[in-house]
Ligand binder design. Sequence first.
Ligand SMILES: Nc1ncnc2c1ncn2[C@@H]1O[C@H](COP(=O)(O)OP(=O)(O)OP(=O)(O)O)[C@@H](O)[C@H]1O
Ligand SMILES: Nc1ncnc2c1ncn2[C@@H]1O[C@H](COP(=O)(O)OP(=O)(O)OP(=O)(O)O)[C@@H](O)[C@H]1O
Ligand SMILES: [Mg+2]
Ligand SMILES: [Mg+2]
Lengths: 255, 255
Amino acid sequence: MSTIIAITNQKGGVGKTTTSSSLLVSLHQRGFRVLGVDLDPQGSLGFCLGLDIENCATVYDVMKGSKNITEVIVETECGDILPSNILLSGAELEFNRPGREFLLKNQLKEVQNEYDFVIIDTPPALNILTVNAYVAADSLIIPMAPEILSLLGISQIRETIDTVRRCYNPDLRVLGILLNKFNPRLNLNREVLDLSEQIAAQLDSRVFNAKIRASVAVAEAPAHGESVLTYAPTSKPSLDFQALLNELLQQRLIS
Amino acid sequence: MSTIIAITNQKGGVGKTTTSSSLLVSLHQRGFRVLGVDLDPQGSLGFCLGLDIENCATVYDVMKGSKNITEVIVETECGDILPSNILLSGAELEFNRPGREFLLKNQLKEVQNEYDFVIIDTPPALNILTVNAYVAADSLIIPMAPEILSLLGISQIRETIDTVRRCYNPDLRVLGILLNKFNPRLNLNREVLDLSEQIAAQLDSRVFNAKIRASVAVAEAPAHGESVLTYAPTSKPSLDFQALLNELLQQRLIS
Ligand SMILES: Nc1ncnc2c1ncn2[C@@H]1O[C@H](COP(=O)(O)OP(=O)(O)OP(=O)(O)O)[C@@H](O)[C@H]1O
Ligand SMILES: Nc1ncnc2c1ncn2[C@@H]1O[C@H](COP(=O)(O)OP(=O)(O)OP(=O)(O)O)[C@@H](O)[C@H]1O
Ligand SMILES: [Mg+2]
Ligand SMILES: [Mg+2]
């Protein structure tokens, strides 16, 4: 019985893909069986883990029903990946029949017992792809940059969570808000941390104790087709992601 | 006869809104009449310039045809704004009839002669909203973070530009790629600069000489409802944006 976690924030560039790949790799390192699902038409999760996303079958084919999920999942050194590419940007228009919110959930049923964890990376939008992730997931992690514009988006996320809970997935919960590119010495960062804690309370959740600091290693890693955890294992973000996983496991936030 | 420029990159968080608000404010400071159009359902452009975006009529009402553009445009101290809010995220589904790509262009015709410049801020997506911006615009500016994932998105943008030129707007051109959060001392940044110059050539364009350096002032400014140019006029990004405008005007890239 796998735990399915969606990594979400419609604000761009806050670290959803970085968090998704780091969780996949760190869980895999500790012996868990993991599947990463990329729901962003930009395909960055697959790219960041070394896949050639231009020419492969993707989650678009699976959700459309033209390919079986088992044919499309790719095995990598850091776990299995269900990649995406730009064709998925047609989803909003093409997936328009009743039940369109359940396409991913239904397809995942076929394989989810083979994994301990499924991590879903989502696009910077509150659209049918994000809704599919929320409907399929047990829980959400919300990465955030410690900046004002990042806070702005969280109330919109809350409405989407409420709608999904009311209509499709009453058990969906928020594991926590993860501050990324965090610099504890900056006033703005500390102020946004305070406001995030208030917002987390409104979501019945928390801000994780682990905060991911900034390092150019995160930006360099994709060029090598690697997660920062294998590219620069002793860098601050790598240590912080390992601390996040400790927190998730020890507090039984995930099991 | 106004010059209409769309600020675009489907990668999240690269600085589209920061660039849009900085161009609006710097043009306004120099006496030009400016209109900012926010096409991102997150409404950050309006928010960053001090508007209350929750309770106002927006570009969604205008594109839907239920309000006239002149009723919705808001005058501010830094020029006029046509704001957006979360209702615009329904656009992909709701704007589905023939001519859906021309909704913004047609509405702008009514007011564009009152402005020297119209700056359109776009969402992190290649969807009907971005296509509306490309169809309405004379030219594009592409902000980019000096990171690998930023480069990945540019080839997808190129395909959208080609499609729009072929089908709807043959005169659309790319003014240039703008590197944001640029640190000339980092190897990665210099490597990405080289690659960006190659990509710019493929777009028949250039990387701007002006590069926007990073400063926490940019992240602080929205909390005060101001652009960084008025919040911190001597900060590095403010000086860099003024240099960008000099470059655009002196090289007659815009007039
Ligand atoms: N802790 C960090 N330190 C330094 N750079 C970071 C860090 N986290 C993310 N980045 C960089 O910021 C950029 C955005 O990160 P990422 O792609 O993970 O965000 P995202 O939320 O998935 O973006 P999108 O909304 O476009 O999907 C990337 O280029 C990444 O390399
Ligand atoms: N030069 C800079 N220095 C420091 N911070 C910056 C700089 N440019 C942008 N930022 C910060 O990065 C974040 C993203 O910037 P911005 O919102 O302008 O990007 P965007 O491309 O419009 O994002 P989205 O894709 O979500 O619309 C903001 O919180 C902003 O404050
Ligand atoms: Mg991403
Ligand atoms: Mg923006």
